[in-house]
Design a protein around this ligand. Structure first.
Ligand SMILES: Nc1nc2c(ncn2[C@@H]2O[C@H](COP(=O)(O)OP(=O)(O)OP(=O)(O)O)[C@@H](O)[C@H]2O)c(=O)[nH]1
Length: 401
């Protein structure tokens, strides 16, 4: 993760020396390159206003320098020997087309720092102590917002004598200069990590949402299934309830069904508060039908008999199979004369009905009126008495109790 740029005899970057003589000074710099070091000797002499000797490393051509902006620190392995003062300057010249022109060395941004040469050979300084030199800012009339240090296109690095008195010999022995930096800056790494974290969070959130949605739809599907099962069970329960109240052969109510109807229509005590016709009916000579044509024919006669009656009565009337070939008919809000005329119509319908094996089927009827508040049992008994009379009087007739 660490990037390194090393300047040393192994990576010499065209090391040269220069001095202030071209500024009309008198200092004289010399270079002795060895296998381990660049040894700059400097006879620092008065003459130029700021006498100097410097060791230069040529990192690149104008416009093709080295980007030092990602380096954080620079470690020197160098030895300084002088007679008065121990100052060193580090210069880094940055070519910027806005200010710099090829061939004019001083037109490059002059970034610089001066520091005391430490006693120990190896030491490190942060790169951000390097600043654009004030004289360069002034000389190039640089606007304030562009006075910052820029190191993205460094063409040369220089180790120079610093502000020390002239008239002395100085030796600077440079073994290596090593710049170090991170390939990924802390800020960028942090940005990436935060981005990745947010991305993972969003991904996790999306996955959770998907999971919640799929479990919701699974729950809905289960609820729908339960609703369907519930409906089927309700239908089945209704069928069972109907079966419990209905005679399977004729579809008429059975006695349990009658009880339910009475529970609904009558008071629990067995009284009604309205007039109702109660009819007891019994097929004539039904035993003979069974005996002569068989039990199945008898069943079919019973089925058709109930069907004919149901076809003639109102929906509010209730037909009950009392037992065997006996039926009870409850006709609410009907007085006896109306009940008799309804029964006459019924007898006519039975006469017109086609019966199995060309049979002729008739029925006898006993009718009575259940008065408000009267006990239903008493009325049934009365109707049964009237039926007995109808049988006795020759059958296929209606008798009133
Ligand atoms: N096929 C069939 N016959 C039944 C059923 N329930 C009762 N029976 C028969 O119905 C007959 C009733 O005969 P009876 O009580 O003597 O009356 P009946 O022959 O109709 O004579 P009357 O009522 O006097 O006219 C008996 O033979 C019973 O076995 C049934 O569900 N199916």
């Amino acid at each position: 993760m660490t990037r390194v740029l090393e300047i040393s005899p192994r990576h010499p970057y065209g090391a040269t020396v220069t001095d202030d003589r071209h500024e009309n000074g008198n200092s004289v710099a010399s270079l002795v390159p060895t296998a381990d070091a660049f040894i700059m000797g400097c006879a620092l002499r008065a003459g130029y206003a700021w006498p100097f000797c410097k060791l230069q490393f040529h990192l690149g051509q104008a416009g093709k320098g080295v980007d030092f902006s990602q380096f954080d620190s620079v470690t020197f392995d160098m030895r300084y020997a002088g007679e008065a003062g121990r100052k060193i300057r580090l210069h880094m010249t940055n070519f910027e087309p806005e200010f710099s022109t090829v061939g004019d060395w001083n037109s490059q941004r002059y970034n610089s720092v001066e520091f005391d040469a430490p006693a120990q050979a190896t030491f490190t300084i942060p790169v951000n102590v390097v600043r654009t030199a004030d004289w360069w800012i002034t000389a190039h009339d640089v606007p304030l917002e562009k006075t910052y240090t820029r190191l993205d296109n460094v063409t040369a690095l220089e180790i120079s004598t610093g502000s020390v008195p002239p008239g002395q010999s100085i030796t600077i022995d440079v073994r290596s200069i090593e710049f170090r930096g991170k390939w990924i800056s802390k800020t960028r790494l942090l940005t990436w990590l935060v981005g990745a974290w947010i991305g993972c969070g969003l991904l996790g959130l999306s996955l959770s949402l998907l999971h919640v949605r799929s479990s919701l739809s699974a729950t809905n599907a289960r609820l729908e299934l339960l609703a369907a099962v519930n409906k089927a069970l309700q239908l089945e329960a209704r069928d069972l309830a109907n079966q419990a109240h209905t005679d399977p052969l004729t579809g008429a109510l059975n006695r349990q069904g009658l009880r339910e109807v009475l529970m609904k229509r009558l008071h629990v005590a067995g009284h009604v508060d309205e007039e109702m016709a109660v009819v007891f009916m019994d097929l004539d000579h039904f035993k003979r039908i069974n005996d002569q044509h068989g039990h199945d024919a008898g069943d079919e006669v019973l089925r058709r008999f109930a069907a004919v009656i149901r076809g003639e009565i109102r929906s509010s009337d209730k037909l009950v199979r009392w037992g065997g070939e006996e039926f009870l008919l409850l006709s609410p809000e009907t007085d006896v004369p109306h009940a008799v005329s309804m029964l006459d119509k019924l007898r006519a319908a039975l006469a017109k009905q086609e019966w199995p094996q060309g049979l002729r089927v008739t029925s006898s009827f006993g009718v009575t009126s259940l008065k408000p508040e009267e006990d239903i049992g008493a009325a049934i008994k009365r109707a049964d008495g009237a039926l007995y009379l109808a049988k006795a009087n020759g059958r296929n007739r209606v008798e009133i109790a």
